[in-house]
Design a protein around this ligand. Sequence first.
Ligand code: ADP
Ligand code: MG
Length: 323
Amino acid sequence: MPLAEFSLIDRFFAAQSRRRGDVALGIGDDAAVVEVPPDQQLVVAVDTLVAGVHFPDSAAAADIGHKALAVNLSDLAAMGARPCWATLALTLPQADDSWVAAFARGFFALAERFQVELIGGDTTRGPLCVSVQILGTVPRGQSLQRAGARVGDRIFITGSLGDAGLALRLLQTKGMCAAARDALDARLHRPEPRVAFGERLRGLASTAIDISDGLLADLGHVLQRSGVGATVWVERLPRSAAFQACVSPQASEWFELPLAAGDDYELCFTVAPEHADALQGRARELDVPLADIGVIAAEPGLRCCLDDGRVYQPRRRGYEHFG
Ligand code: ADP
Ligand code: MG
């Protein structure tokens, strides 16, 4: 759709994208050119959202715009990196002005909050699919990675787990829980990436990952890459007030959603015990709630325990594509 494509880009994307002094060449050429400070490394991630797979067909365009960027910002947060620039590959069934306008509103509202500039992209016709690439920077050698957890490190989670999974379940089952529904839906449709806190974890955390596929799966990646195991106390998993208003501690969901549901975009990270005080200080400064949920062990595998020491056996291990 050459003509319609250019007018869409100009009206909704090109006009809104001059934000940073380090963009030498933005939207409008064959590629973008950016300045990377000499003491920094470039950090790059890409995530794709497919209609009907990563968001329901009923999802609002503004929410899709928000979420497509948010999941990428979350990946950079988990690297301890600062997001700077983004590119956007948009596949649309038709050139629908009002849909693109709403999408752009959601996307740019979030981009502006984190001073991220859209510097390019691609627009094609096809089934609705949104792919965002994020580029950011980190001081040389200081990125947070999945490898590096040591025996005795504590395992922490920001915020709370299970809200997005609960919202999705309520949507799929037409479930109730009127009191907390808006708060839960916001977690599913408009996740808040922990960008500022991710940057503050540099020099403190031994590993970090963001929770997109569920704690068991994502912490599992950290354990595997670090060559260690862990014990997690499932009663200490952080659950929001909204979650607690809708799920009873006797229900299996009380444990299963915080353990295995995805889409929460909280950070899970490990910290050596000697850094625990510094960590709490930084969390207070940024007003980020932290839960201390477990400890890294030498024995491989992830063991879930109740506070009385009994083993808790999870039912499923998280969301797996093509699973
Ligand atoms: P090319 O043929 O060189 O790939 P395009 O016609 O695809 O160029 O795009 C023209 C310009 O518009 C490029 O600078 C490209 O980065 C930008 N662009 C295209 N689609 C988008 C989009 N969805 N979001 C942001 N920029 C876009
Ligand atoms: Mg192109």
